[in-house]
Design a protein around this ligand. Structure first.
Ligand code: GTP
Ligand code: MG
Length: 171
C-alpha cells in the first residue's frame, strides 16, 4: 500500500494535564498501557492516522524537565499542547509556558500547526474550550494554524477530532 507520510509531533503542557493519557489513547490498543505514571524526561510513541504516521515526543510537564522541550522544536512538524481545563490556579502558568514556546527562535514565524486539547472536560469545575482559549489569548496567534478541542482523555472523547484536524493541516 501507500507509505504514510512521517511526521514528528511534540506533546507539551504542564504536568498532570493529561499528555500521556491522550497519547496512550491514540496508540493501537495492543500497545496501550493500563497504569500511566508521571513522565520522567520524555517518551517516544508512535501512532497512525489514515494518511500520516506520527512519532510523538511525549514530554514531561514537570517544571524541572521543561528545559528539555526546546531541544526538540527544530525537528518537530506540529505541536500538541494540553491544558487541564479544571486547573484554574495554574492556567496562568500554562499561558506563560505557551508564550515562551511561541516566542522561541526555533518556533516563531514557522508554519507549525498547534493543536490544543482543553482536557479533563469531564470534571465538574472544568472550563469550556472557549474560556480556555480566551484565558490563553489564542486569537493572538497569527503565524500558525491552531485549533482547540475539548477532550476527556480517560474516555477518549474529542481526541479523534484533534487528530483529524492535524492530519488536514500538516502540509
Ligand atoms: P506529566 O507526564 O507529569 O507531564 O503529566 P501528563 O500531562 O502526562 O498527565 P497524565 O497523562 O500522566 O495524567 C495525569 C492524571 O490526570 C492521571 O491521573 C490521569 O488519569 C488524569 N487524566 C488525564 N486525562 C484526564 C481527563 O480527561 N479527565 C480526568 N478526569 N482525568 C484525566
Ligand atoms: Mg506524561
Amino acid at each position: 500500500g501507500l507509505k504514510k507520510k512521517e511526521v514528528n509531533v511534540l506533546c507539551l503542557g504542564l504536568d498532570n494535564s493529561g499528555k500521556t493519557t491522550i497519547i496512550n489513547q491514540l496508540k493501537p490498543s495492543n500497545t496501550q498501557t493500563q497504569d500511566i505514571v508521571p513522565t520522567i524526561g520524555f517518551n517516544i510513541e508512535k501512532f497512525k492516522s489514515s494518511s500520516l504516521s506520527f512519532t510523538v515526543f511525549d514530554m514531561s510537564g514537570q517544571s524541572r524537565y521543561r528545559n528539555l522541550w526546546e531541544h526538540y522544536y527544530k525537528e518537530s512538524h506540529a505541536i500538541i499542547f494540553v491544558i487541564d481545563s479544571g486547573d484554574k490556579l495554574r492556567m496562568v502558568v500554562a499561558k506563560e509556558e505557551l508564550d515562551t514556546l511561541l516566542n522561541h527562535q526555533d518556533i516563531r514565524s514557522r508554519r507549525m500547526p498547534v493543536l490544543f486539547f482543553a482536557n479533563k472536560s469531564d470534571l465538574r469545575e472544568s472550563m469550556s474550550s472557549v474560556k480556555v482559549s480566551q484565558l490563553l489569548c489564542l486569537e493572538n496567534i497569527k503565524d500558525k494554524p491552531w485549533h482547540i478541542c475539548s477532550s476527556d482523555a480517560v474516555k477518549g472523547d474529542g481526541l479523534q477530532e484533534g487528530v483529524d484536524w492535524l492530519q488536514g493541516t500538516i502540509l
